[in-house]
Design a protein around this ligand. Sequence first.
Ligand code: SME
Length: 165
Amino acid sequence: SSLLYNKSMNYSILTDQLISLIDPELPFISNLSNLLACLHNELPSLNWTGIYYYSKNSEVLYLGPFQGKPACTIIPLGKGVVGTCALKKKSIIVQNVHTFPDHIACDSASKSEFTAPIFKNDKLYAVLDIDSDIYSRFTEQDIQFLKKTASLLSDLISSAKQEIS
Ligand code: SME
């Protein structure tokens, strides 16, 4: 059951682990890739962990770094859980994706989903998307932790010294 995760998950240790992976001298994408890999491997029952980049000009989100199976590459703003999260600029948690009218099934194993916006200097930059292969995977404690992780990513991209050129 999802209660099991509450008991076994030590979020203060995991947060320290995430922070220790960050090298502020590296490009954002390098830090981001390692943070996503850490989340995906440390949190039980996840089948997909990644980000979608928001393109203001084309009003779509493009697939970014992730762990899991190959996924949809382009999501229109307002479509699916990811596109709705981007449109509303708010976290969206879907405990049963089959009840979300607009859900985009990239991996048929996905049963519940967490999304949160990532901002670069207060402007929408990307969406953090985490899928689980069990229903109701995300407890209130998980959600608080993942929202904090999304804001850590916002801080990281906002203060990134360099992009790859
Ligand atoms: N399920 C998402 C699409 C992205 S994949 O899950 C990786 C959605 O409905 O937006």
